[in-house]
Design a protein around this ligand. Structure first.
Ligand code: NAP
Length: 280
């Protein structure tokens, strides 16, 4: 569990700066909502909530990405120090509700959000986009986790487009007899072996772009999480058109969640139905 390390900035154009505590004042009779972010849905929700007169919104990012896309409104960056740290933060900052809009694979934060909201006695909502659905012509090979993906990959191809992110990259490095094109937002700290080429980029992607990438690098298998959403879906369309196998790593099993929605609009309606908070 890391120590809390946060700083506050204001989006969408601001960059990281010294911590500014904006928690002590707010307009009377507004509800203050914390959005746990790092996704397109979280940014969409922050934009909608910022326009609700009775809501003030603060978005939280983990700080994994060097140059994150910032949501509209107040933003704080860095971990809270586990569920207890987050619960303290909710109380100290007079938060009336939490919307966890973190990525479907952010398994730790998902549990921490539920526990912290229960401790701080504030309502909790999970906003999670649906996963992708296989279409006719797809050759998906589903596996329960990254370890199973590493195990099964050599049976599916020899030149992999690896899109599971920087954090899981190290697990694939010992796979011998394969070549990898690893697409990541930020480069890993460690040097990579010769059979791994790094491609730094951030979506959204187009089908034509993905087709060209796959052909140019003679990719014969795609490795992906079941992230869902439109921004990174083009690789699946390209794989389908080219008849490529797709190694699809399933989402981690969800905790028991009190309330779940799939879109930012549904989450905003949930917030709107909450009573307004006390003047802070
Ligand atoms: P994770 O494993 O669930 O979380 C690890 C730790 O990072 C948490 O315990 C927490 O630290 C901190 N953290 C995570 N999300 C945070 C947030 N929104 N605000 C403040 N602290 C946060 O998460 P992850 O998979 O590393 O993902 C980190 C971030 O990247 C998330 O915001 C997620 O939405 C985004 N993201 C993840 C993926 C993915 O594939 N995993 C893809 C795209 C975007 P403390 O314990 O110190 O509070």
């Amino acid at each position: 569990m890391g120590a809390p390390n946060s700083e506050a900035v204001t989006g969408p154009t601001a960059r990281r700066g010294p911590a500014v505590d904006t928690s002590t004042s707010r307009p009377p009779s507004t509800r203050r909502v914390l959005v746990l972010g790092g996704t397109a849905e979280a940014r969409a929700l922050a934009a909608i909530l910022a326009a609700q007169p009775a809501t003030t919104v603060v978005s939280s990012l983990a700080g994994r990405v060097a140059d994150p896309r910032l949501p509209v409104g107040e933003v704080r960056i860095g971990g809270f120090g586990g569920p207890a740290g987050l619960a303290r933060w909710l109380t100290d900052h007079h938060v009336d509700a939490v919307v966890d809009a973190t990525h479907p694979y952010a398994a730790r934060m998902r549990i921490a959000g539920v526990e912290a909201a229960a401790t701080a006695r504030v309502p909790h909502l999970r906003l999670e986009r649906p996963g992708w659905t296989a279409q006719p012509g797809d050759r998906w090979h589903r596996v329960p986790d990254m370890a199973a993906a590493v195990r099964d990959l050599p049976a599916l191809g020899t030149r992999a487009l690896l899109t599971t992110g920087r954090q899981s990259l190290g697990m694939f490095l010992p796979v011998t007899g394969m070549w990898f094109l690893a697409r990541v937002v930020d480069a890993p700290d460690e040097p990579l072996p010769a059979h791994v080429r790094l491609l730094r980029s951030r979506g959204p992607y187009t089908v034509d772009g993905e087709l060209a990438l796959i052909r140019d690098h003679r990719i014969d298998v795609l490795v992906t999480k079941d992230s869902g959403g439109a921004l990174t879906e083009a690789k699946l369309v390209a794989a389908r058109r080219l008849g490529l196998p797709v190694l699809m790593v399933d989402r981690p099993a969800p905790p028991d969640l009190p309330a779940v929605v799939q879109t930012a609009e549904e989450a905003a309606r949930w917030v709107e139905r909450l009573p307004a908070g006390q003047p802070g």
